[in-house]
Design a protein around this ligand. Structure first.
Ligand code: ASP
Ligand code: MG
Length: 439
């Protein structure tokens, strides 16, 4: 008997009809002779709604209380899905993160899983239950509820799959899998059959909202193969797994755009030892997410230094930087919100040359100006004007031949839309705005 861990995201369990549908799918997996552990997200946009509600009564709610509040979203989901399973005659039981034996560290809002004691789940599996676990949460050392960061139910699923030595870890979503680019921007975008953990991590940190980065890291560390697939249709999705030789044949696996970035530039910075350290220490102490950093060649002992931060951290960045500008005797501080980061990712870059040239050449041909560039071994990112981002993604997608293979088949009748109709969800089945990754 195989053991499946199946994770269903918020838009897949957005309302009663969605719940019944998902219950049917779980019943089918059970009927096929498998043991099933289910991990659920909160219904639809519940988490955002709960946060908004908290902010109405207190603009800066206490983190412990926010965690207690947010965790209820997943608890409600797990109980309702379990009731739907009962209605179909499936033996099932819901569990909170704590009941499922998930222990986390002491950081509220972004707790890390420290240990899992899967005894209780195992006992119920042996007794023939489907176990439905509330995602995104665990119990911390002070026996309080803590959550795992936005999108954290993915991590719950991966961690349970590792702890239970599951045969499969399926992440069921309102999209068919991982795409070469956002199909809403690039109609020819193609569903990938497989992608390496490293590539998925890079894409996730570059704005592709498919999986929580931490879940991918966890999967990589524990060798859990993930299957990202549609929750609405039964068909193969995308396997996220260890890199293999075959994968290198494709130069670029995917393209992502992140429009929620802003660029900060310190102009006229004295080019002396210790200046950069002071700036980034102040930013780090304020927990500001710095991503790209570029410093110019200095002329006459003066240089410019630019870095990107999430748009919603501009105010905080300004607060931290303004006193420093005087201290280090820089000439000024400027912000530009109208930027986007566009990234191409692929392990094939390691063995192919001229990839950067090709990317820049395509952008030039489209008259798109590059403001910043950074690279890793398997990624090239550029900062451009945000109004150029979609065009850049489409041009790069075409020029690197990403849509070629099955352009006709792929022109995805977006699963998201289909899903919204299929279970008459009142809300559009859109991916929730997930927190950006820390660097
Ligand atoms: N409900 C949480 C969120 O929206 C966790 C999750 O969906 O994975 O981020
Ligand atoms: Mg922007």
């Amino acid at each position: 008997m195989a053991l499946f861990v199946q994770k269903y995201g918020g838009s897949s369990v957005a309302d009663a009809e969605c719940m019944r549908r998902v219950a049917g799918r779980i019943r089918d997996a059970r009927r096929a002779g498998n043991q099933v552990v289910v991990v659920v997200s909160a219904m639809g946009d519940t988490t955002d709604e709960l946060i908004a509600l908290a902010k109405q009564v207190n603009p800066e709610p206490n983190e412990r209380e926010i965690d207690s509040l947010m965790a209820t979203g997943e608890m409600a989901s797990s109980a309702i899905l379990t009731m739907a399973l009962h209605a179909l005659g499936v033996k099932a039981i819901s569990m909170t993160g704590q009941q499922a034996g998930i222990r986390v560290d002491a950081t509220h809002l972004k707790a890390k899983i420290q240990a899992i004691n899967p005894k209780r789940i195992q006992r119920h599996l042996e007794q023939g239950y489907v176990v439905v676990v509330a995602g995104f949460q665990g119990m911390n050392p002070s026996e309080d509820i803590a959550t795992l960061g936005r999108g954290g139910s993915d991590t719950t699923a991966v961690a349970l799959a590792a702890a239970l030595k599951a045969d499969r870890c399926q992440i069921l979503k309102d999209v068919d899998g991982v795409f070469t680019a956002n199909p809403r921007v690039v109609p020819e975008a193609r569903k990938l059959d497989e992608i390496a953990y490293e590539e998925m991590l890079e894409l996730a940190s570059c704005g592709a909202e498919v999986l929580q980065s931490r879940a991918v890291e966890y999967a990589k560390n524990y060798g859990v193969v993930l299957e990202v697939m549609s929750s609405f249709e039964v068909k193969p999705g995308t396997l996220v797994r260890e890199e293999n030789k075959q994968m290198e044949k494709m130069i670029i696996r995917g393209i992502a755009a992140d429009k929620n970035q802003a660029k900060a530039t310190l102009v006229g910075v004295p080019d002396q030892p210790g200046v950069a350290a002071r700036i980034f220490k102040a930013l780090a102490n304020a927990n500001i997410n710095v991503d790209m950093i570029v410093q110019n060649v200095s002329a006459a002992g003066i240089t410019d230094l630019s870095f990107t931060v999430p748009e919603d951290e501009i105010a905080k960045t300004r607060r931290v930087m303004e006193p420093l500008v005087k201290d280090i005797q820089a000439a000024g501080l400027r912000f530009n919100e109208s930027i986007a980061k566009v990234s191409i990712v692929g392990v094939g870059m390691r063995s192919h040359s001229g990839v950067a040239y090709k990317m820049f050449d395509i952008l030039a041909a489209n008259k798109i100006n590059i403001e910043m560039i950074t690279t890793s071994e398997i990624k090239i990112s550029v900062v451009i004007r945000d109004t150029d981002a979609d065009q850049a993604v489409r041009a790069l997608h075409a020029a690197f031949g990403l849509g070629r293979k099955s352009a006709k088949k792929a022109a995805p009748k977006k699963a998201g839309k289909a899903s919204a109709k299929a279970c008459k969800s009142p809300k559009k089945a859109k991916a929730p705005a997930k927190a950006r990754q820390r660097k």
